[in-house]
Ligand binder design. Sequence first.
Ligand code: FAD
Length: 360
Amino acid sequence: MKLLIVGNGIAGVTLAKELSNDFDITIIDRENIPYYSKPMLSHYIAGFVDEKSLFPYSFDWYEKKSIELKLGADAKVIDRARKRVMTSEGELDYDILVLATGARAREPMVEGREHLNVLRTLEDARAIKEILEREGDAVILGGGFIALELAGNLAKAGYDVKLIHRRNTLLGLDEELSRILKKRLEDVGVEFYLNTNLVKADERGILTDRGYVEGKLKVCAFGIIPNREIAVRSGIHAGRGILIDDRFRTSAKDIYAIGDCAEYNGIICGTARASMEHAKVLANLLRGRDDKYDFEFRSSIFKLAGFSVAIIGKIGGYGRWIDENIKLFIDHREKIIGAVVLDDLRSATKLEKLIKSGAE
Ligand code: FAD
């Protein structure tokens, strides 16, 4: 059986790794380089790791696993009747097709946007690193994990970092947890401008609704846009992402979607961890085993300037600290529905299991 995977990101490569003994696998990607780790990009920009260590799988690895890798091939449209994908490098046929096309960075629509960088690919990271090393400082816009990871790592590496965010909370957390994260990032040198909106950019800096902030390097981390174009062009149902059911099936026969490009019931997972899990569950389903991915249950771990934050389950409702690093979230029936764990990843793993199992 021929399994064709569009997208060599963490979702696509994990699926190929899982199924290399079961299917005849081809992965195609429009980028010209093998799989690299996106969560490591800010560490690379900061100079903590070299470019080589972003690449966990060599070309040899693909070959040993008998995974055919076609790089520089942009998948354009699917001929569903003939089970073929038209790419910039020719046509490829499939028995099963998996769209793992990921997402791109949302670009701000403001005057002077050509002076703003985004961070999604290695090419973006190289461009940011070059300006950073020349200028020595950075203005980062956003309050999500990419903005905070980048700000924390650059400050820790000794660069001057200003972080501008339109809200006064970070990572979607409550005010108390946001204050703790802010303080920790301030301790490594990040300067915060909260409740501050971007108005326009120029070469020297940016204008906000609270004044002008100088900085030649300006990186916007305003979220992601799922890459759903191939689905739309091929008559597959799409919303913000490519629409899937709870078994990763799209509206077209034998075509699945996983990772950042997939949308289930309004949910786009948007993390490397979730994308890997999608791939593992889909691998089991394609092998004919029973498995299920719980889209409603969110769990992510981020490393910000040497400390970690785990966000598990639902983080609304009533919060209670059980020690200085663990805040539990509890619903009106006294059931634990979520937790935020600082630093202590072992407790985070235990809590994740507990909350998932529905413990009181
Ligand atoms: P992607 O990694 O986007 O891969 C999709 C691939 O498909 C790309 O290589 C693209 O070139 C290719 N493609 C798209 N369209 C086509 C086409 N038409 N034809 C051919 N190829 C195509 N997540 C965490 O869990 N923890 C973190 O700490 C974390 N940090 C991050 C830091 C940064 C700087 C970034 C950018 C992301 C971070 N993430 C993190 C998010 C994580 O990287 C993504 O959720 C993950 O990469 C999604 O994997 P994916 O395989 O679905 O998509």
